[in-house]
Design a protein around this ligand. Structure first.
Ligand SMILES: Nc1ncnc2c1ncn2[C@@H]1O[C@H](COP(=O)(O)OP(=O)(O)OP(=O)(O)O)[C@@H](O)[C@H]1O
Ligand SMILES: [Mg+2]
Length: 483
């Protein structure tokens, strides 16, 4: 009995091994924040949480997942000594079960089998595999059967097996770049090494440098102790440099050196450290254009461009056929509304047509949000047109029903403007609850912080004003203190 995706929140080899026995794709998180980020991206079927984190951390985990309507079943694996007292506590917090490590594993298999059967019941006619392209399905969980996605999946396999390093993934926001990076990692290092992601837009130059490279004690004010950088922590795994185009130019030179020499030094250090990790970078800007505008070093661009691939936007003619498939997939797999689970079985023809007419500037993430909203609104067993509510930025309000196909003239299409307004709207709707707003937008908190600074969004900014104002060119990120 094998589940598609399991997230193991544990540093213990035993727990990770257990996850590997029961899942096709395993994602290992070392701490709470990493777990929440992974869960948001991969929507796992099961989360195995190590009780060694302690009830406080696990309570925080459930608080955040509850608030964000994340509903992956959680099993806590713990230690036999504290069992009786703790197990009741964890189950009260929302865990499906508490297992003693090294024992009770048959019980976990029963839980896995229950999850599997439930998924089958939800999956009334279609088999989950119907959502995935043939041949390339395997452990890569990217929904799509269009020519564009089949080519992307082939590329993912080729890149993973070729050991090509660095890897560059380009595509608009929400197209699945992080999903692709994780897929390459899973194929390249089945179930072992770490995948460590860092958003280059979320930190100041100094912070990003010390996060990536580490620092020696006393190398700058505040460096009270030695720090290991993420490049070293990733070991022989993957370091995922999200939004590489936002990396400060000085740091770009240092990254180039890592790519050329495969070694680096801690800030203030003199010892060369070997970098064994695969460096995967993602960008939603055209990096070549960035080099022309002198915002991105061309030598780094050419170095990164050895193994590039682009994920097509959903509106691209060669990807449009995936819209229906993705919508049905999100309908079947969403956990946003457990009480409706399995009751809404399909979408009406008109609803599908409306989805197909829309341009999806936020791509797959936006489509997932629209489907989840539709699940919440729908009262019958089929998602109808009236439940498809697309946050139309051009008409300045929420629009129900048929969505006019947008013109594809380049002057009509300002992703930055759309993004800014959507973020301002989400913040306003949630009363500036950043975790909630990030969840609404389908982005991580770190990305939200970075975007708020990038677009200069202020608390009392009126949405209407935000939409009228020209969006200024994104400036370099300002110091971030509260990540
Ligand atoms: N082909 C796909 N099949 C299923 N889910 C997908 C697919 N592509 C993207 N998603 C889902 O859409 C969401 C956004 O994907 P992801 O975070 O990988 O996008 P991204 O390109 O990194 O976006 P950004 O540039 O904004 O960081 C995630 O929840 C992901 O699981
Ligand atoms: Mg991303």
């Amino acid at each position: 009995m094998i589940l598609r995706r399991i997230v193991a929140v544990s540093k213990e080899a035993e727990v990770q091994h257990l996850a590997r026995r029961l899942g096709q794709e395993i994602f290992i998180a070392d701490d709470l924040a990493e777990a929440l980020d992974i869960i948001e991206t991969v929507s796992p079927d099961l989360v195995i949480f190590d009780a060694r984190f302690g009830p406080g951390h696990i309570r925080e985990f459930f608080d955040t997942t509850d608030k964000n309507s994340i509903n992956a079943p959680v099993v806590v694996v713990g230690d036999a000594e504290n069992e009786t007292k703790l197990s009741a506590e964890f189950i009260r917090m929302g865990a499906v079960d508490y297992l003693r490590s090294g024992q009770d594993y048959n019980r976990l298999e029963q839980i896995v089998s229950r999850i599997k059967n439930k998924a089958k019941a939800v999956d009334s006619e279609a088999n989950a595999d119907d959502f995935f392209a043939e041949d390339v399905a395997g452990s890569v969980s990217m929904v799509g059967r269009s020519k564009a996605i089949v080519n992307t999946l082939k590329m993912i396999k080729l890149v993973a097996l070729s050991r090509c390093n660095p890897v560059l993934i380009v595509g608009e926001t929400g197209t699945g770049k992080e999903l692709a990076a994780r897929a390459i990692h899973t194929l390249r290092y089945p179930g072992r090494s770490r995948f460590i992601g860092i958003n280059c837009a979320a930190l100041t130059a100094n912070l990003l440098e010390s996060e990536l490279f580490g620092h020696v004690k006393g190398s700058f004010t505040g460096a009270d102790s030695e720090k290991t950088g993420l490049l070293e922590l990733a070991g022989a795994g993957t370091i995922f440099l999200d939004e590489i185009s936002e990396m400060p130019i000085d740091l770009q030179a240092k990254l180039l050196r890592v790519l050329q020499e495969k070694t680096f030094r801690k800030v203030g250090g003199i010892k060369d450290i070997v970098c064994e990790a695969t460096i995967t970078a993602s960008s939603n800007r055209n990096l070549y254009n960035e080099t022309q505008a002198n915002r991105f070093r061309s030598d780094l661009y050419y170095r990164l461009n050895i193994c590039p691939f682009t994920i097509a936007p959903l509106r691209a003619p060669e990807r449009r056929q995936d819209i229906q498939l993705l919508a049905e997939y999100f309908l079947k797999t969403s956990t946003i509304c457990p009480e409706k689970s399995g009751k809404i079985t399909s979408l009406t023809k008109l609803a599908i047509e409306a989805l197909q007419k829309y341009d999806w500037p936020g791509n797959v993430r936006e489509l997932r949000n629209v489907i989840e909203r539709a699940i919440l609104l729908e009262t019958t067993d089929k998602i109808g047109l009236s439940s498809i509510v697309i946050d139309s930025l051009e008409s300045g309000g929420l629009v129900n029903g048929p969505v006019p196909a947008r013109q594809n003239h380049i002057s009509d299409f300002s992703l930055a403007k759309a993004e800014r307004e959507l973020i301002a709207r989400a913040l306003q709707e949630t009363g500036w609850q950043k975790t909630q707003a990030a969840s609404l937008l389908g982005i991580t908190r770190a990305t939200l912080y970075a975007k708020v600074r990038q677009y200069n969004i202020e608390k009392d900014l009126h949405i209407a004003k935000a939409s009228r104002d020209e969006v200024t060119a994104p400036s370099l990120p300002q110091p971030v203190t509260a990540l």
